[in-house]
Design a protein around this ligand. Structure first.
Ligand code: TRP
Length: 427
Protein backbone atom coordinates (compact mmCIF):
# COMPACT_ATOMS: atom_id res chain seq x y z
CA UNK A 1 0.00 0.00 0.00
CA UNK A 2 2.83 2.37 0.86
CA UNK A 3 4.62 1.65 -2.39
CA UNK A 4 1.45 2.21 -4.36
CA UNK A 5 1.01 5.42 -2.36
CA UNK A 6 4.45 6.63 -3.35
CA UNK A 7 3.79 5.76 -6.96
CA UNK A 8 0.42 7.47 -7.21
CA UNK A 9 0.84 11.21 -7.25
CA UNK A 10 1.42 14.20 -9.45
CA UNK A 11 3.07 11.88 -11.95
CA UNK A 12 -0.31 10.37 -12.71
CA UNK A 13 -2.49 13.39 -12.52
CA UNK A 14 -0.29 16.26 -13.68
CA UNK A 15 2.48 14.63 -15.72
CA UNK A 16 0.73 11.76 -17.48
CA UNK A 17 -1.93 13.88 -19.26
CA UNK A 18 0.63 16.43 -20.37
CA UNK A 19 2.91 13.70 -21.73
CA UNK A 20 0.00 12.08 -23.58
CA UNK A 21 -0.90 15.44 -25.09
CA UNK A 22 2.65 16.26 -26.14
CA UNK A 23 3.49 12.87 -27.56
CA UNK A 24 0.68 11.68 -29.69
CA UNK A 25 -2.38 10.64 -27.67
CA UNK A 26 -3.51 7.04 -27.68
CA UNK A 27 -0.39 5.66 -29.34
CA UNK A 28 1.60 7.10 -26.44
CA UNK A 29 -0.75 5.37 -24.00
CA UNK A 30 -0.14 2.02 -25.70
CA UNK A 31 3.64 2.46 -25.68
CA UNK A 32 3.41 3.51 -22.03
CA UNK A 33 1.47 0.34 -21.12
CA UNK A 34 4.07 -1.73 -22.95
CA UNK A 35 6.99 -0.01 -21.18
CA UNK A 36 5.38 -0.44 -17.79
CA UNK A 37 4.76 -4.16 -18.20
CA UNK A 38 7.98 -5.12 -20.00
CA UNK A 39 10.54 -2.78 -18.43
CA UNK A 40 9.31 -0.89 -15.38
CA UNK A 41 7.84 -3.92 -13.67
CA UNK A 42 11.15 -5.88 -13.78
CA UNK A 43 13.01 -2.76 -12.61
CA UNK A 44 10.52 -2.38 -9.77
CA UNK A 45 11.04 -6.02 -8.75
CA UNK A 46 14.82 -5.55 -8.97
CA UNK A 47 14.79 -2.47 -6.75
CA UNK A 48 12.82 -4.36 -4.09
CA UNK A 49 15.25 -7.30 -4.39
CA UNK A 50 18.21 -4.92 -3.82
CA UNK A 51 16.49 -3.26 -0.88
CA UNK A 52 15.28 -6.42 0.83
CA UNK A 53 18.48 -8.38 0.28
CA UNK A 54 20.66 -5.57 1.69
CA UNK A 55 18.34 -4.20 4.33
CA UNK A 56 19.87 -0.79 3.59
CA UNK A 57 18.70 2.50 2.15
CA UNK A 58 19.50 3.30 -1.46
CA UNK A 59 22.87 5.02 -1.04
CA UNK A 60 24.55 2.04 0.66
CA UNK A 61 22.40 -0.87 -0.54
CA UNK A 62 24.45 -1.97 -3.54
CA UNK A 63 27.85 -1.42 -1.95
CA UNK A 64 26.85 -3.36 1.16
CA UNK A 65 25.87 -6.36 -0.99
CA UNK A 66 29.30 -6.30 -2.63
CA UNK A 67 31.36 -6.02 0.53
CA UNK A 68 31.69 -2.23 0.46
CA UNK A 69 32.65 -1.85 -3.20
CA UNK A 70 33.32 1.83 -3.85
CA UNK A 71 32.00 1.90 -7.42
CA UNK A 72 28.63 0.65 -6.29
CA UNK A 73 28.75 3.30 -3.60
CA UNK A 74 29.29 5.90 -6.30
CA UNK A 75 26.30 4.45 -8.16
CA UNK A 76 24.32 4.79 -4.94
CA UNK A 77 25.22 8.47 -4.82
CA UNK A 78 23.11 9.04 -7.93
CA UNK A 79 20.05 8.12 -5.94
CA UNK A 80 20.80 11.12 -3.71
CA UNK A 81 21.65 13.60 -6.46
CA UNK A 82 18.67 12.94 -8.73
CA UNK A 83 16.11 13.95 -6.07
CA UNK A 84 17.93 17.30 -6.00
CA UNK A 85 17.03 17.97 -9.65
CA UNK A 86 13.53 16.51 -9.44
CA UNK A 87 12.67 18.36 -6.22
CA UNK A 88 13.71 21.67 -7.77
CA UNK A 89 11.11 21.64 -10.52
CA UNK A 90 8.55 19.52 -8.67
CA UNK A 91 8.40 22.32 -6.07
CA UNK A 92 7.59 24.81 -8.81
CA UNK A 93 4.55 22.68 -9.69
CA UNK A 94 3.86 22.57 -5.95
CA UNK A 95 3.87 26.38 -5.97
CA UNK A 96 1.43 26.47 -8.90
CA UNK A 97 -0.84 24.12 -6.99
CA UNK A 98 -0.75 26.44 -3.97
CA UNK A 99 -1.77 29.32 -6.22
CA UNK A 100 -4.67 27.33 -7.66
CA UNK A 101 -5.76 26.23 -4.20
CA UNK A 102 -5.88 29.91 -3.25
CA UNK A 103 -7.89 30.75 -6.39
CA UNK A 104 -10.36 27.97 -5.64
CA UNK A 105 -10.76 29.20 -2.06
CA UNK A 106 -11.59 32.63 -3.46
CA UNK A 107 -14.16 30.97 -5.72
CA UNK A 108 -12.52 32.33 -8.85
CA UNK A 109 -13.36 29.34 -11.08
CA UNK A 110 -16.91 28.77 -10.00
CA UNK A 111 -18.07 32.30 -10.63
CA UNK A 112 -16.32 32.85 -13.93
CA UNK A 113 -17.02 32.52 -17.64
CA UNK A 114 -15.59 29.07 -18.54
CA UNK A 115 -13.56 30.45 -21.43
CA UNK A 116 -11.90 33.08 -19.26
CA UNK A 117 -10.38 30.66 -16.71
CA UNK A 118 -8.20 28.70 -19.12
CA UNK A 119 -5.87 31.71 -19.35
CA UNK A 120 -5.33 32.04 -15.57
CA UNK A 121 -2.36 29.71 -15.70
CA UNK A 122 -0.30 31.59 -18.24
CA UNK A 123 -1.22 34.87 -16.61
CA UNK A 124 0.22 33.54 -13.36
CA UNK A 125 3.34 31.96 -14.84
CA UNK A 126 4.15 35.13 -16.75
CA UNK A 127 3.58 37.30 -13.70
CA UNK A 128 7.24 37.16 -12.71
CA UNK A 129 7.67 36.97 -8.96
CA UNK A 130 4.53 35.00 -8.09
CA UNK A 131 5.77 31.53 -9.14
CA UNK A 132 9.19 32.13 -7.53
CA UNK A 133 7.67 33.27 -4.24
CA UNK A 134 5.33 30.28 -4.16
CA UNK A 135 8.16 27.90 -5.02
CA UNK A 136 9.96 29.08 -1.89
CA UNK A 137 6.76 28.98 0.15
CA UNK A 138 6.17 25.40 -0.92
CA UNK A 139 9.78 24.36 -0.21
CA UNK A 140 9.65 26.12 3.15
CA UNK A 141 6.66 23.97 4.17
CA UNK A 142 8.62 20.85 3.18
CA UNK A 143 11.74 22.11 4.96
CA UNK A 144 9.80 22.78 8.15
CA UNK A 145 8.21 19.34 8.10
CA UNK A 146 11.58 17.67 7.50
CA UNK A 147 13.48 19.75 10.11
CA UNK A 148 11.01 18.89 12.82
CA UNK A 149 10.88 15.27 11.76
CA UNK A 150 7.07 15.22 11.53
CA UNK A 151 7.16 13.45 8.21
CA UNK A 152 4.82 10.71 9.38
CA UNK A 153 2.20 13.36 10.14
CA UNK A 154 2.06 14.35 6.49
CA UNK A 155 1.97 10.74 5.39
CA UNK A 156 -1.07 10.11 7.57
CA UNK A 157 -2.65 13.14 5.97
CA UNK A 158 -1.78 11.69 2.58
CA UNK A 159 -3.68 8.49 3.38
CA UNK A 160 -6.81 10.61 3.57
CA UNK A 161 -6.16 12.93 0.65
CA UNK A 162 -5.12 10.31 -1.93
CA UNK A 163 -8.54 8.58 -1.67
CA UNK A 164 -10.18 12.03 -1.81
CA UNK A 165 -8.14 12.82 -4.91
CA UNK A 166 -9.25 9.52 -6.38
CA UNK A 167 -12.93 10.26 -5.75
CA UNK A 168 -12.53 13.83 -7.06
CA UNK A 169 -10.82 12.72 -10.25
CA UNK A 170 -13.57 10.17 -10.93
CA UNK A 171 -16.14 12.89 -10.34
CA UNK A 172 -14.29 15.23 -12.66
CA UNK A 173 -14.03 12.43 -15.23
CA UNK A 174 -17.78 11.82 -15.20
CA UNK A 175 -18.46 15.54 -15.44
CA UNK A 176 -15.92 16.23 -18.12
CA UNK A 177 -17.26 13.35 -20.25
CA UNK A 178 -20.63 15.06 -20.21
CA UNK A 179 -19.33 18.35 -21.63
CA UNK A 180 -20.10 19.19 -25.25
CA UNK A 181 -17.09 18.42 -27.43
CA UNK A 182 -15.57 16.01 -24.91
CA UNK A 183 -15.95 12.92 -27.12
CA UNK A 184 -13.18 14.28 -29.29
CA UNK A 185 -10.91 13.83 -26.25
CA UNK A 186 -12.08 10.25 -25.75
CA UNK A 187 -11.37 9.49 -29.39
CA UNK A 188 -7.94 11.04 -28.93
CA UNK A 189 -7.24 8.50 -26.17
CA UNK A 190 -8.66 5.35 -27.70
CA UNK A 191 -8.02 5.41 -31.44
CA UNK A 192 -4.33 4.74 -31.96
CA UNK A 193 -2.63 5.86 -35.10
CA UNK A 194 0.11 3.26 -35.42
CA UNK A 195 1.94 5.26 -38.02
CA UNK A 196 2.51 8.00 -35.44
CA UNK A 197 4.90 5.77 -33.50
CA UNK A 198 8.39 7.21 -33.24
CA UNK A 199 11.49 6.81 -31.08
CA UNK A 200 10.96 10.03 -29.19
CA UNK A 201 7.56 8.76 -28.10
CA UNK A 202 9.19 5.58 -26.82
CA UNK A 203 11.79 7.53 -24.84
CA UNK A 204 9.17 9.74 -23.19
CA UNK A 205 6.83 6.83 -22.47
CA UNK A 206 9.62 4.92 -20.76
CA UNK A 207 10.62 7.99 -18.76
CA UNK A 208 7.00 8.57 -17.72
CA UNK A 209 6.66 4.96 -16.70
CA UNK A 210 9.77 5.06 -14.46
CA UNK A 211 8.77 8.39 -13.04
CA UNK A 212 5.26 7.31 -12.26
CA UNK A 213 6.41 4.17 -10.43
CA UNK A 214 8.96 6.19 -8.36
CA UNK A 215 11.80 4.18 -9.88
CA UNK A 216 15.41 5.22 -10.25
CA UNK A 217 15.84 7.45 -7.25
CA UNK A 218 16.15 5.01 -4.46
CA UNK A 219 12.61 5.25 -3.11
CA UNK A 220 11.67 1.67 -3.95
CA UNK A 221 15.09 0.34 -2.86
CA UNK A 222 14.60 2.00 0.52
CA UNK A 223 11.02 0.77 0.85
CA UNK A 224 12.23 -2.66 -0.27
CA UNK A 225 14.48 -2.81 2.77
CA UNK A 226 11.34 -2.77 4.93
CA UNK A 227 9.50 -5.51 3.01
CA UNK A 228 9.00 -8.62 5.15
CA UNK A 229 10.61 -11.92 4.12
CA UNK A 230 7.15 -13.46 3.86
CA UNK A 231 5.96 -11.03 1.24
CA UNK A 232 5.71 -12.05 -2.41
CA UNK A 233 7.82 -9.46 -4.27
CA UNK A 234 6.31 -10.17 -7.68
CA UNK A 235 2.74 -9.82 -6.40
CA UNK A 236 3.61 -6.62 -4.55
CA UNK A 237 5.14 -5.14 -7.68
CA UNK A 238 2.21 -6.15 -9.86
CA UNK A 239 -0.21 -4.59 -7.41
CA UNK A 240 1.67 -1.29 -7.35
CA UNK A 241 2.12 -1.12 -11.11
CA UNK A 242 -1.50 -1.93 -11.89
CA UNK A 243 -2.97 0.54 -9.41
CA UNK A 244 -0.63 3.23 -10.70
CA UNK A 245 -1.67 2.47 -14.29
CA UNK A 246 -5.36 2.60 -13.48
CA UNK A 247 -4.97 5.91 -11.69
CA UNK A 248 -3.10 7.37 -14.66
CA UNK A 249 -5.73 6.18 -17.14
CA UNK A 250 -8.56 7.64 -15.09
CA UNK A 251 -6.68 10.94 -14.91
CA UNK A 252 -6.26 10.81 -18.69
CA UNK A 253 -10.00 10.32 -19.19
CA UNK A 254 -10.72 13.15 -16.78
CA UNK A 255 -8.35 15.67 -18.34
CA UNK A 256 -8.31 15.02 -22.10
CA UNK A 257 -12.07 15.34 -22.70
CA UNK A 258 -11.97 18.63 -20.76
CA UNK A 259 -9.00 19.79 -22.83
CA UNK A 260 -10.95 19.21 -26.04
CA UNK A 261 -14.18 20.65 -24.66
CA UNK A 262 -12.31 23.81 -23.66
CA UNK A 263 -10.54 24.07 -26.99
CA UNK A 264 -7.06 23.88 -25.43
CA UNK A 265 -4.20 22.39 -27.49
CA UNK A 266 -3.37 18.91 -26.05
CA UNK A 267 0.32 19.68 -26.39
CA UNK A 268 0.09 22.76 -24.18
CA UNK A 269 2.79 21.41 -21.86
CA UNK A 270 3.18 21.24 -18.09
CA UNK A 271 0.31 23.66 -17.49
CA UNK A 272 -2.25 21.37 -19.12
CA UNK A 273 -4.22 20.43 -16.00
CA UNK A 274 -4.09 23.98 -14.66
CA UNK A 275 -5.71 25.19 -17.86
CA UNK A 276 -8.30 22.47 -18.36
CA UNK A 277 -9.50 21.67 -14.84
CA UNK A 278 -10.61 25.26 -14.01
CA UNK A 279 -12.74 25.11 -17.17
CA UNK A 280 -14.51 22.04 -15.78
CA UNK A 281 -15.13 23.81 -12.47
CA UNK A 282 -16.46 26.91 -14.22
CA UNK A 283 -18.91 24.77 -16.22
CA UNK A 284 -19.86 22.86 -13.10
CA UNK A 285 -20.24 26.16 -11.27
CA UNK A 286 -22.80 27.42 -13.75
CA UNK A 287 -24.96 24.40 -12.93
CA UNK A 288 -24.33 23.98 -9.19
CA UNK A 289 -22.02 26.58 -7.67
CA UNK A 290 -21.77 25.13 -4.17
CA UNK A 291 -20.80 21.64 -5.36
CA UNK A 292 -18.27 23.09 -7.81
CA UNK A 293 -16.80 25.33 -5.11
CA UNK A 294 -16.28 22.40 -2.72
CA UNK A 295 -15.00 19.98 -5.38
CA UNK A 296 -12.49 22.58 -6.61
CA UNK A 297 -11.10 23.17 -3.11
CA UNK A 298 -10.87 19.46 -2.31
CA UNK A 299 -9.23 18.77 -5.65
CA UNK A 300 -6.50 21.38 -5.36
CA UNK A 301 -5.99 20.64 -1.68
CA UNK A 302 -5.37 16.98 -2.52
CA UNK A 303 -2.98 18.01 -5.30
CA UNK A 304 -1.05 20.19 -2.86
CA UNK A 305 -0.81 17.39 -0.30
CA UNK A 306 0.20 14.83 -2.95
CA UNK A 307 2.93 17.20 -4.11
CA UNK A 308 4.01 17.88 -0.53
CA UNK A 309 4.29 14.23 0.42
CA UNK A 310 6.37 13.35 -2.65
CA UNK A 311 8.62 16.36 -2.18
CA UNK A 312 9.07 15.64 1.50
CA UNK A 313 10.20 12.08 0.86
CA UNK A 314 12.80 13.30 -1.64
CA UNK A 315 13.81 16.16 0.69
CA UNK A 316 14.30 13.64 3.48
CA UNK A 317 16.66 11.55 1.31
CA UNK A 318 18.93 14.57 0.80
CA UNK A 319 18.79 15.71 4.44
CA UNK A 320 19.49 12.19 5.70
CA UNK A 321 22.52 12.01 3.43
CA UNK A 322 23.92 15.33 4.73
CA UNK A 323 23.37 14.21 8.32
CA UNK A 324 24.99 10.80 7.83
CA UNK A 325 27.97 11.80 5.74
CA UNK A 326 28.77 15.34 6.75
CA UNK A 327 27.62 14.99 10.34
CA UNK A 328 25.39 18.02 9.91
CA UNK A 329 22.57 18.78 12.32
CA UNK A 330 19.04 18.31 11.02
CA UNK A 331 18.04 21.98 10.91
CA UNK A 332 21.16 23.32 9.12
CA UNK A 333 20.93 20.38 6.71
CA UNK A 334 17.30 21.25 5.93
CA UNK A 335 18.24 24.89 5.38
CA UNK A 336 21.06 23.90 3.06
CA UNK A 337 18.75 21.72 0.97
CA UNK A 338 16.21 24.57 0.94
CA UNK A 339 18.81 26.98 -0.46
CA UNK A 340 20.33 24.63 -3.05
CA UNK A 341 17.05 23.21 -4.31
CA UNK A 342 15.29 26.59 -4.16
CA UNK A 343 18.12 28.27 -6.07
CA UNK A 344 17.96 25.62 -8.75
CA UNK A 345 14.16 25.84 -8.74
CA UNK A 346 14.19 29.54 -9.70
CA UNK A 347 15.27 28.48 -13.19
CA UNK A 348 12.17 26.32 -13.55
CA UNK A 349 9.89 28.94 -12.05
CA UNK A 350 10.66 31.30 -14.92
CA UNK A 351 8.70 30.89 -18.13
CA UNK A 352 11.58 29.78 -20.36
CA UNK A 353 10.82 26.10 -20.70
CA UNK A 354 13.57 25.12 -18.26
CA UNK A 355 11.05 23.14 -16.23
CA UNK A 356 10.16 21.03 -19.28
CA UNK A 357 13.84 20.55 -19.97
CA UNK A 358 14.76 19.42 -16.44
CA UNK A 359 11.66 17.26 -16.31
CA UNK A 360 12.66 15.48 -19.51
CA UNK A 361 16.32 15.28 -18.52
CA UNK A 362 15.63 13.72 -15.17
CA UNK A 363 13.00 11.23 -16.33
CA UNK A 364 14.41 10.26 -19.69
CA UNK A 365 18.08 10.23 -18.81
CA UNK A 366 18.78 10.18 -15.08
CA UNK A 367 16.05 7.75 -14.06
CA UNK A 368 16.89 5.48 -16.99
CA UNK A 369 20.54 5.50 -15.94
CA UNK A 370 19.64 4.52 -12.38
CA UNK A 371 17.26 1.84 -13.61
CA UNK A 372 20.07 0.49 -15.78
CA UNK A 373 22.36 0.39 -12.76
CA UNK A 374 19.74 -1.60 -10.81
CA UNK A 375 19.17 -4.19 -13.53
CA UNK A 376 22.88 -4.64 -14.16
CA UNK A 377 23.40 -5.07 -10.46
CA UNK A 378 20.69 -7.72 -10.15
CA UNK A 379 21.43 -9.44 -13.46
CA UNK A 380 25.20 -9.47 -13.42
CA UNK A 381 26.49 -8.82 -9.90
CA UNK A 382 24.11 -10.71 -7.63
CA UNK A 383 24.25 -14.50 -7.90
CA UNK A 384 21.36 -16.04 -9.80
CA UNK A 385 20.55 -18.31 -6.83
CA UNK A 386 20.34 -15.30 -4.55
CA UNK A 387 17.95 -13.52 -6.87
CA UNK A 388 15.83 -16.67 -7.17
CA UNK A 389 15.92 -16.98 -3.40
CA UNK A 390 14.45 -13.47 -3.09
CA UNK A 391 11.79 -13.94 -5.76
CA UNK A 392 10.63 -17.29 -4.40
CA UNK A 393 11.21 -16.52 -0.71
CA UNK A 394 13.76 -19.29 -0.36
CA UNK A 395 11.81 -21.73 -2.53
CA UNK A 396 8.52 -21.34 -0.64
CA UNK A 397 6.81 -19.62 -3.57
CA UNK A 398 6.74 -21.38 -6.90
CA UNK A 399 7.24 -18.47 -9.20
CA UNK A 400 6.58 -19.09 -12.84
CA UNK A 401 7.72 -15.50 -13.27
CA UNK A 402 11.30 -16.05 -12.23
CA UNK A 403 12.62 -17.27 -15.58
CA UNK A 404 11.09 -14.58 -17.76
CA UNK A 405 11.93 -11.96 -15.15
CA UNK A 406 15.56 -13.02 -14.97
CA UNK A 407 15.90 -13.11 -18.73
CA UNK A 408 14.47 -9.60 -19.01
CA UNK A 409 16.70 -8.22 -16.30
CA UNK A 410 19.87 -9.86 -17.45
CA UNK A 411 19.66 -9.31 -21.20
CA UNK A 412 16.72 -7.49 -22.65
CA UNK A 413 16.37 -4.59 -20.19
CA UNK A 414 20.08 -3.62 -20.10
CA UNK A 415 20.35 -3.66 -23.88
CA UNK A 416 17.16 -1.69 -24.30
CA UNK A 417 18.07 0.87 -21.65
CA UNK A 418 21.56 1.36 -23.10
CA UNK A 419 20.06 1.94 -26.55
CA UNK A 420 17.66 4.50 -25.07
CA UNK A 421 20.50 6.29 -23.29
CA UNK A 422 22.63 6.42 -26.42
CA UNK A 423 19.66 7.69 -28.40
CA UNK A 424 19.09 10.42 -25.79
CA UNK A 425 22.71 11.34 -25.90
CA UNK A 426 22.77 11.69 -29.66
CA UNK A 427 19.54 13.63 -29.90
N1 TRP B 1 5.84 8.52 -8.59
C1 TRP B 1 5.53 9.81 -8.07
C2 TRP B 1 4.35 10.37 -8.83
O1 TRP B 1 3.82 9.74 -9.70
C3 TRP B 1 6.64 10.77 -8.16
C4 TRP B 1 7.88 10.28 -7.55
C5 TRP B 1 8.95 9.92 -8.22
C6 TRP B 1 8.14 10.04 -6.17
N2 TRP B 1 9.89 9.49 -7.34
C7 TRP B 1 9.43 9.56 -6.09
C8 TRP B 1 7.40 10.18 -5.03
C9 TRP B 1 9.99 9.22 -4.88
C10 TRP B 1 7.96 9.85 -3.82
C11 TRP B 1 9.25 9.35 -3.75
O2 TRP B 1 3.97 11.49 -8.59
Amino acid sequence: MTMAGSAIGLGNIWRFPYMVGEHGGSMFVIVYLFCTLIFSLPVFISEIVIGRRSGKSSYLAMSSLTGGNKWWKLAGLFTVLIPCVITSYYSVVGGWSLHFLWLSLKGVFTMAEPDSVTGLFSEFVLSGWGPIALLFAFLAICGLVVSFGVKTGIEKFNKITIPILFVMIILIMVYSLSLPGSMEGVRYLVTPDFSSFNSKMLVFALGQSFYSLSLGLGAIITYGSYVSRKEDIVATSFGSAISDLIFALIAGFAIMPAVFAAGIAPGAGPGLIFQSIPFVFAKMGAASPVVAYIVAILFFLSIVVAALSSTISMYEVMVAYLIEHFKMKRIPASIMVFLIVGGLGILSAMPFGILDFLDALSSNVLLVLCALISVIFVGWTLKKEDVEDEITNGGKLKSIFFKPYYYLVKYLAPVFLIVILIYNFIS
